[in-house]
Write a protein that binds this ligand. Structure first.
Ligand SMILES: Nc1ncnc2c1ncn2[C@@H]1O[C@H](COP(=O)(O)OP(=O)(O)OP(=O)(O)O)[C@@H](O)[C@H]1O
Ligand SMILES: [Mg+2]
Length: 283
């Protein structure tokens, strides 16, 4: 059976093709209205994988934009899957964990716990933060005159966050207990007259990733799952960003991972849930 998972997000639409429990491929397109980007993502994946549209038996839709999708789309049957459930199921499947806190770092950030209770998998929305990929883009437009992720990261690679962030080193001259000397004491608390755009870019990445890492850690800790944190979404696929996310968590005493195909986790979760509803077990 071929199921297409479709995640119509605030910034990007992701599609993943699953045939008999196996991932055949995945693509993403920039959001340009939910219906247009949904059609674009479906067109792109069928073309890239050489799959006929008519061979897709079901489209499992999730993400904010899925509200616009009716009971059929492009002549194919659709089902809607709750985004929180899709985040939890997709994060669990990609990480291989039995239970986890999955933090979806999208335009904003949603944090979900997922556990096996009795014979079923139960997901809960723990909360989140409005700080996410949209914050990074918005502040970069204001402060750096850059709106592309590529441009922001290129700039940040040439910068040094220590020229804008106040570190523990700046305050006490060395480490404090288990906190290394370069731990951030205050994001943007050290901006001098000479701060370059490169340094501001590095400081922005630091701030956004540290806030998400910290909020996720405390949500997971409250669930006793701080050693089983999974980050998904587009930004965590960028190594510099995932490094700050995971090191923030480990500094606090937790363990976090970013699975392969992290940006497709929610789309995959939708496909898994849809198949489950049809009574099929996902491998
Ligand atoms: N090519 C890219 N690679 C990695 N990250 C990107 C890329 N382009 C944009 N981003 C970042 O990813 C963010 C969107 O992430 P993602 O695709 O996970 O969110 P979404 O699903 O569209 O949003 P939400 O889940 O909040 O509805 C953007 O705000 C931007 O910061
Ligand atoms: Mg999303």
């Amino acid at each position: 059976m071929i199921v297409l998972g479709l995640d119509i997000g605030g910034s990007m639409t992701k599609s993943i093709l699953v045939e008999n429990g196996e991932i055949k491929g995945a693509v993403q397109v920039t959001a340009s209205g939910p219906l247009v980007s949904a059609a674009g993502a479906i067109g792109k994946i069928t073309e890239e994988l050489g799959v006929r549209l008519s061979s897709i038996e079901l489209i499992a839709c999730t993400g904010g934009g899925s509200r616009k999708i009716g009971p059929s789309f492009l002549g194919l049957k659709t089902v809607k899957v709750d985004e929180i459930e899709a985040i939890g199921l997709g994060g669990l499947a990609l990480s291989g964990l039995k239970e986890a806190v999955v933090s979806s770092v999208g335009t904003g950030t949603a944090i979900v716990s997922v556990r096996r209770e009795g014979g079923s998998i139960v997901t809960r929305h723990l909360g989140g933060t409005g700080v996410g990929g949209g914050t990074l883009i918005g502040l970069s437009k204001l402060l750096l005159n850059r709106s592309s992720i590529k441009g922001i990261f290129e700039l940040a690679r040439r910068g040094d966050f220590r020229n804008v962030d106040l570190t523990i080193m700046d305050i006490v001259g060395g480490p404090i207990g288990r906190l290394p000397a370069d731990t951030t004491a205050s994001n943007f608390g050290n901006v001098g007259d000479g701060a370059k755009l490169e340094d501001i870019a590095a400081g922005l990445l630091n701030m956004v990733a540290q806030v998400i890492g910290t909020v996720t850690y405390f949500a997971a800790k409250a669930e006793g799952l701080e050693k089983k944190i999974v980050f998904i979404g587009s930004l965590p696929t960028i190594p510099e960003f995932s490094e700050i996310l995971t090191s923030t968590v480990s500094l606090l005493g937790g363990v976090a991972t970013v699975p392969e195909m992290a940006c497709y986790a929610t789309a995959l979760g939708a496909a898994i849930k849809a198949k489950e509803r049809l009574g099929q077990v996902f491998r």
